[in-house]
Design a protein. Sequence first.
Length: 332
Amino acid sequence: MRALLEKVPRRDERKTALYFAVAAAYDQIGDVDEAFAHFERGNRHHRAGAPFRIDDVRSLFEDTIAHQTADLVQRGPLPGASDAAPILIVGMPRSGSTLVEQILASHPDAAGVGEVPDLVRTMQPYATDPRFRVRAIAALGDADIASSGRAYANSLERREPDAKRVVDKFLTNFVHLGTLRRALPNARFVYVRRRPMDCGFGCYRTLFTSNVPYTYALDDIAAVYAEPERLMEHWRQVLPEALVEVDYEAIVADQEGETRRLLDAVGLEWSDACLRFHETERRVNSASSTQVRRPLYASAVGRWKPYERHLRPLAAAFQANGVEIEGDAAGA
């Protein structure tokens, strides 16, 4: 692979994948210096073709908070609201969301559809530009919002017609939770969190197949990580009865206890199959597809620590964005 890196032209997009592959190989043999150097090169190479502006993200979240207020959301279900009860998983990439989806999808009454853009598609007729979608949806009449909710529920049902509950893991759906609370009052929302340093490094060491432009620079990762936390504080005030929060580290520490809490919160009866999630045969397309085929393991907790010296800029970026970080990194 190193020989190939020398041969592939500098602007060739295949060079990014090679950098990440070489980095992963060095990581496996414990050479953290060479691994991080290649992660850095891969991220830098990819980022050159993936422009990103944190101001766009902040503006979107500010619009969400401004237009989906407690007064509006707590008026109750819309006339004509669907009685479907999907379970939406939201949060940051590399937060443990695929694990949570696999646990829920292992339940006999549930099925996971992965990261599908069904909700976005149902809203596109009202706003094609994602930067203004929240504002445009807020301006719709009740009948249109209810219709959009029914269309979304129907699209999930078509994907899994035999499931009583469908699990959707399109992580950025968190900007529409207030609207969905009115259009789908039986829906439940699961916010998955992971400690910042592990989550941030997990993003940085992953070459995503989908478009996640902020994961290729440490400053951008830290800035974006802070935004869902601020938004979720809003949702805690606005729709607490529909929201359940899950910490990846808590699942690792107490798998059965946290699984029972999760199932109860989303309205599913207990099933031992959820503890044997790694035995569930289903297609998983996320970056964690291999991990969820294994029994739960603890080695991913503190995964960033061998790279602590290299990740001091990430720790500093988290602190600059008001994110409390764990362990020795706080003094970095």
